[in-house]
Design a protein around this ligand. Sequence first.
Ligand code: CP
Ligand code: NVA
Length: 312
Amino acid sequence: MKKDLISIYDLKTEEIESILHKAKDLKEMHRKGVPYRPLEGKTLAMIFEKPSTRTRVSFEVGMYQLGGHALSLSPQDTQLGRGEAIADTARVLSRYVDGIMIRTFAQERVEEMARFASIPVINGLSDLLHPCQILSDIFTIEERRGQYRGLKVAYVGDGNNVANSWINGALRLGFDLWLACPPGYEPNAKILLRAQEEGSSQIILTHDPKEAVEGAHVINTDVWASMGQEGERAERIKAFQGYQVNADLVHRGEKDVLVMHCLPAHRGEEITDEVMDGPHSVVFDQAENRLHVQKAILTLLMGKGQNDEQGR
Ligand code: CP
Ligand code: NVA
């Protein structure tokens, strides 16, 4: 059966561990200049219904380095923009390419693409989730701290796609997660409750950023207005006062606390220049690691033997 990457929740802990393990090997091979081309002759279609820098470039460069090819499709230059159904697009693309990465608005669009495609579908961000980002962030934590299990990870800011995927990550990988969000901007209630019920680690929602970051090993944040919420920006800036990751907040974390942001950042809003450019920040490692983790995902989903019985 083909395997998709729609949500971290759908992955078994061992599957996540094998992605992280593979990413570590691939990063080392990349550093040493060892060629590795398991996706020779394979093509990834990348559908972007929202903008992207890191996801676009890391998937495209990743496919190239793995011996394959990627093509970037936007609604403006495909029939998706003129209302062609996701299901039909999925069936057509399955006849041409070997994998689909989609960045879109509703999570249902990603799920529909996966349902109708006979090839692996990867969620490159939806309004609800951003799984590839959080897999890469967990890789960055392991790289810096040697482990993620048992750590206290704090997330300060909007209960958005990034926050929801952190919750799924904590559930599957067993680190404690403290989320501090303003009232009315909490993460998805169903995802949170499910993780609290099914998980063995602490997953705690508070309105108090100081409580969330107290002794934390990692402090995360993200923009206050995500893509598609630009019209709410002014009211969100008001609601998020007190939720900025600044030097005061970082000092409450553990002395070697890592500060993370998936980027792009709105400097001076959710994070100060001082913190983003300071000694605790690993934001550019996170961005770099998107490449290595994406390559691991692509290899595991699209590599030889993964979809032999798909029978196109
Ligand atoms: N972090 C992230 O997904 O960045 P892009 O929006 O630039 O892809
Ligand atoms: N929460 C942000 C993440 C960007 C990578 C957004 O959806 O715009």
